[in-house]
Design a protein around this ligand. Structure first.
Ligand code: FAD
Ligand code: NAP
Length: 304
């Protein structure tokens, strides 16, 4: 029996584990991949206090390393369900059932897909959701980045080191991304924009992407342009299917909490990107993690 099981070892989950272990709780993280979460797919992080710049994988390792020293058990598993059994929570993976007094859900978010013809067909054959993972395969090619948020603009800038040219297509005529990223993109001679337009279809030959059809939302005009790769950054969906049956999410799957990271189910906390909130960043994820661990400690003292 664990005092707390933390599902997901991104920045939110790893910080929750750090604070819970330092409160002398018996803690395990359950993670389906490498520790770090979305940070593992981020080249340069420039807005984490204390560092001018640090790579995502390096920051992941810096957050992970202290956990083992503090006695956190880092377990592998894909969590499919959480159940209540009286005051105890059961955390269910493919081949194990773990029991805990409290659970902290830190499962984050994943890239949303466009849902247009050709996207699934050419996935991993020119369509990508991770510039850091795949960018180097597209040397000297014309690349398309879809979206207007931080991810789209930051990853377009990252791709300029490999690509001949990077075009950003956005459905409006104004970017959502932070101003500092916008300014860098506007000033970059390898970056072009297609405004007020959406991708209608991704086309290719048998093997790979060759071109993209666009619709201009103001004029209705359809056009086609050649590209060797398409990087999709149109936002995030929550990873919360394991709590679907518990009725703790909003209609879109995000998990509402109070200021203490308490969900509507007693003893279950939610932190980081999976939470219903305005600003999804590493800094806000780690803050959530610290708060939830502290609250889990108080919950255990009061209830067990
Ligand atoms: P995540 O990082 O998503 O981690 C969730 C973890 O849960 C993952 O490791 C996942 O494997 C695990 N998990 C999910 N489901 C299960 C399951 N069923 N069973 C077991 N484990 C599971 N933020 C910044 O502050 N600065 C930046 O420069 C920055 N750049 C970014 C660049 C990109 C391209 C992206 C996509 C995001 C960026 N962000 C940045 C946002 C930041 O990465 C996220 O806000 C942050 O990682 C959220 O942390 P998290 O711990 O909540 O979730
Ligand atoms: P986001 O902020 O939600 O932006 C998604 C973008 O995609 C928006 O510009 C949106 O257009 C567009 N879009 C949504 N659906 C679309 C569709 N079907 N077709 C075409 N365009 C579509 O998502 P994100 O950029 O992935 O960022 C996610 C979170 O991570 C944010 O909180 C962000 O701040 C954070 N992040 C931070 C950094 C950093 O700090 N450096 C870097 C990356 C990400 P509209 O603008 O019209 O809505």
């Amino acid at each position: 029996m664990y005092d707390t099981i933390i599902i997901g070892a991104g920045p939110a989950g790893m910080t929750a584990a750090l604070y819970a272990a330092r409160s002398n709780l018996k803690v395990a993280t359950l993670e389906q991949g490498a520790p770090g979460g979305q940070m593992n797919n981020t080249a340069d992080i420039e807005n984490y206090p204390g560092y001018d710049m640090i790579s995502g994988p390096e920051l992941s390792m810096k957050m992970f390393e202290p956990l083992e020293k503090l006695g956190v058990e880092n377990l592998y598993g894909i969590v499919s369900k959480i159940e209540e059994d009286g005051p105890i929570k059961k955390v269910i993976t493919d081949d194990q059932v773990y029991e805990a007094k409290t659970v902290i859900l830190a499962t984050g978010a994943k890239h949303r897909h466009l849902g247009v013809p050709g996207e699934e067909t050419y996935s991993s054959r020119g369509v990508s959701y991770c510039a850091v993972c795949d960018g180097a395969f597209f040397r000297d090619q014309e690349l398309l980045v879809v979206g207007g948020g931080d991810s789209a603009v930051e990853e377009a800038l990252f791709l300029t080191q490999f690509a001949k040219k990077v075009t950003i297509v956005h459905r409006r005529d104004e970017l959502r991304a932070q101003k500092v990223l916008q300014e860098r993109a506007f000033a970059h001679d390898k970056i072009d924009f297609i405004w007020d337009s959406v991708v209608k279809e991704i086309k290719g030959d048998d093997n790979k992407v060759t071109s993209v059809d666009f619709e201009n939302l103001k004029t209705g005009q359809i056009s086609n342009q050649a590209f060797g790769g398409v990087f999709v950054y149109v936002g995030l969906d929550p990873v919360s299917s394991m709590v679907e049956d518990l009725g703790i999410t909003d209609d879109d799957g995000w998990v509402p909490t109070d200021d203490h990271m308490r969900t509507s189910l007693s003893g279950l906390f939610a932190v980081g990107d999976v939470r219903q909130k305005d600003l999804r960043q590493i800094t806000t994820a780690v803050g959530d993690g610290a708060t939830a661990a502290q609250e889990a400690y108080h919950y255990i003292v009061d209830h067990f």
